[in-house]
Design a binder for this molecule. Sequence first.
Ligand SMILES: N[C@@H](CCC(=O)N[C@@H](CS)C(=O)NCC(=O)O)C(=O)O
Length: 211
Amino acid sequence: MITLYTWDTPNGRKVPILLEELGLAWQLNLVDIGHDEQFAPEFLAVSPNNKIPAIVDEDTGGAPQAVFESGAILSYLAEKTGRFLASSGPARWQALEWLHWQVGGLAPMVGQLGWFVRAQEKSELAIRRYTDEVDRLLGVLERRVAEVPWLAGDAYGIADIAAYPWTEAALTHLGRQLGDRLDSKPALHAWLERVGARPAVQRAMGLKLSK
Ligand SMILES: N[C@@H](CCC(=O)N[C@@H](CS)C(=O)NCC(=O)O)C(=O)O
């Protein structure tokens, strides 16, 4: 059994998507980050950076394996099952490039933009900076999926899974802020539709991840 520690955020949806795609046995452990449950010692033992998502995999044939950081968890599960990540060659490196691009770029920038847009104290400079950066990153995504159907090339995989919840959140929650910058990205919209049409993605996006 795999225990997933998560909450209702875009980062919190990535691992459920892959678990649903894989059909592995898993159970949910909700960590209410709005009520500081991420600082509980039991959770810090699994995720020392006090962030969701994290997993504990009991089905290792040995000691349970804890993994934190969404990119590491997606890579771990893909390697454990031999699915959704090429085992070698260019497709593997392209998947890992786009996975790291997502975790280190798209997610934090969309997250910061959302934070500053919602903040009581408005900072025009921060909002302009993060709006431009999110627009730039979505432009990078647009050019990639205009060239190839999936982020790693020919096959859907963990890079698409990582990028989907954040791109969807950017369009849904920051659509007004990004405005007509989104209109010039037709390939991105088509990629979102391709990913969003997958039954496993729909199941994971529909899960209740709050208490
Ligand atoms: N780089 C991390 C980011 C995870 C992250 O930012 N998680 C947020 C929710 S989206 C969180 O747990 N925040 C709680 C906190 O910062 O205390 C990953 O990809 O797993």
